[in-house]
Design a protein around this ligand. Structure first.
Ligand code: ZN
Length: 171
């Protein structure tokens, strides 16, 4: 397992739409292993493959309930049902470092996907897990949580992140 570099906004790669996985084989499992390792090392609770530069429809999530590791793997996830009720969480993103904002999302969703072994599964998610799945699935469409904010707030965040990336010199 290898810890990969996490791509951050405003890198255009994050705006790519990820392609479906044809078959879950060893290569895909290797990507999932690397993703989990990368997510743990960055202290995140979710990661999409595009965040390590791989435009495939793969996400990993681990809410680490009671500090126990329990990674969930989703290949080609599709949301089947969404709740009309919303829940609000203060979201952050490993690709948008140190920025947080309250985002409303459907409180419950059913997601159909292939698991680590390529088996078809359906998960009924709610609360934090539902939010996390929806956040990660947005990555597969090139969407970041800051896209839900006002234009002004979003541009302020991008400006901040762009500044922190460039090397500033004072001579
Ligand atoms: Zn994210």
């Amino acid at each position: 397992m290898t810890i990969k570099n996490i791509i951050t906004e405003p890198d255009k790669i994050l705006r790519k739409i990820s392609s479906p996985v044809q078959e879950v084989g060893d290569a895909e499992r290797k990507i999932m292993d690397d993703m989990v390792e990368t997510m743990y090392s960055a202290n995140g609770i979710g990661l999409a493959a595009i965040q390590i530069g791989i435009p495939k429809r793969i996400i990993v999530i681990d809410l680490k309930i009671e500090n126990k590791k329990n990674p969930l793997f989703f290949v080609n996830p599709v949301i089947k049902n969404k709740d009309n009720l919303k829940s609000t969480y203060e979201e952050g993103c490993l690709s948008v470092p140190n920025q947080f904002a309250e985002i409303d999302r459907p409180k419950k969703c059913d997601v159909e996907y292939l698991d680590y072994n390529g088996e078809k599964k359906i998960l009924k998610a709610e609360g934090l897990l539902a939010t996390c799945i929806q956040h990660e699935m947005d990555h597969l469409e090139g969407i970041l949580f800051i896209d839900y904010l006002s234009k002004l707030k979003k541009s302020m965040i991008i400006k901040k992140l762009s500044k922190s990336k460039s090397t500033r010199i004072v001579v």
